[in-house]
Design a protein. Sequence first.
Length: 182
Amino acid sequence: MDAEHNRRHIVTVARAAFAADGLDLPVHEIARRAGLGVATVYRHFPSRQDLVGAVLAEQVAVCRAQMRAALDDPDPWHALRGTVHRFAEHQVLHRGLNEALLGSHPAGAAFAGQRRAQARRLEQLVERARSAGGVRPELSIEDVMIGLRAIASLRAGSPESAAVAVRRLADLLVAGMARPHP
């Protein structure tokens, strides 16, 4: 039981550390933040890549569950709007992890298939919202992807100002996607 607790604790600490400081953070720093010895971390994760992979796999699972919930939402516009806002929230809270998963870090390459599957699910969300009349009829998946890439690439000063800027950009994207009311 103690070993499983340590493993979960290491992944939790590593997720927060990588999200804040990027995936290149040394294992000894993860161990320090976890209050454990480096040997304990390596006992659970024989290589640094094993630890990074475990953290990214957990993040992918969370994103997949959120997308499934969005696809189950009976209100297509609510689902799409919520997905854009959750993506923005992940950019604020998990920037280092998202950068890897979106392809800018070698560790993210292992998740290319999951990334493509998420893109197909997002396409379903856009199509559902368009069919229901909740978004502009000309809105395409490419339009939404450009907006999400803009959110992902936004860099703005302090973490607080970045959070405000990312949320504002998400609001603008959502407003631009919405079907205009006469």
